[in-house]
Ligand binder design. Structure first.
Ligand code: AKG
Ligand code: FE2
Length: 255
């Protein structure tokens, strides 16, 4: 397995800071690229998005073979998840939001093990909130097929600046078990192997796998599996998502 160099080596470099002048909100929705549809005279914003743009027929997308693989190996990949409009909206939103340094729920800075900047998805986001609702549909499918017992989902956008990764961890730290399934959705177009930033995940049989963070790909895995993000050589955008067995928890304040 690849050993990741500590992020501390690069923490604090001003060149890695992201500056967001005008964070999105309901008064300032991100613009969608004008060629998503034929509207040319009015600038198209994320107000034009609808939940139906994020429709995925999860029952069809998750074949019996994949469900078996998820149970036996602990992980699967689904490619080409969303239609073009939804993907572009998520990509646009991920580039506009106000990121903060990732923190543990206890509020302790963990920049020594992870270098991502995050923004929890709350109802005031546009594309991200529809994404989360689609993930809730996926959770229902997993409950029906695998009796997964998921009761709600949470997700945050993450941006790894150049030179950052995330050390080996499981998504249920310190013996916790609220997270049943982790899912990560990737947003970078044209990600090359030389860009680094692979997600390395150790399956149920102890075998490591490298997953490249390519746009419109969703990796779904058992939250107890060990995994790490190798250092990215390009700014790396994703949505980290967790399906939980406990009831609704309040969103973590990121201010
Ligand atoms: O971005 C990834 O590929 C994984 C991120 C991750 O492991 C996490 O946020 O817990
Ligand atoms: Fe993780």
């Amino acid at each position: 397995m690849t050993e990741i160099i500590s992020n501390l080596d690069v923490t604090g470099l001003s060149s890695t800071e992201l500056t967001i002048d005008n964070p999105i909100g309901h008064d300032n929705p991100p613009l969608l690229t004008p060629n998503i549809n034929d509207v040319t005279d009015i600038p198209l914003t994320q107000h034009a998005l609808q939940l139906s743009d994020f429709d995925v027929n999860w029952e069809d997308r998750l074949t019996d073979i994949q469900l078996d693989q998820l149970v036996n190996n602990g992980w699967i990949i689904i490619d080409d998840v969303f239609k073009c409009k939804a993907l572009l909206a998520l990509q646009a939103e991920s580039g506009f939001i106000d990121y903060r340094d990732a923190q543990l729920t206890t509020g302790i800075r963990v920049s020594d093990i992870r270098g991502d900047k995050i923004r929890w998805i709350t109802p005031d986001l546009f594309a991200g909130y529809y994404y989360l609702q689609s993930i809730n549909e996926l959770a229902l499918t997993l409950n029906r097929s695998l009796f997964a017992g998921i009761r709600h989902s949470e997700a945050h956008y993450a941006c790894y600046p150049i030179g950052f990764g995330y050390h080996w961890h499981s998504d249920n730290p310190a013996g916790r078990n609220e997270r049943v399934i982790s899912a990560v959705f990737y947003l970078n177009d044209e990600w090359a192997t030389s860009d680094g930033g692979a997600l390395e995940v150790v399956d149920n049989h102890g075998k490591p796998h490298n997953v490249m963070p390519v746009a419109n790909r969703l990796i779904i895995f058992d939250s107890n599996l060990q995994h790490q993000v190798q250092i990215a050589h390009r700014q790396r955008y994703s949505i980290a998502t967790w399906m939980r067995r406990d009831g609704l928890v309040p969103f973590i304040e990121d201010s």
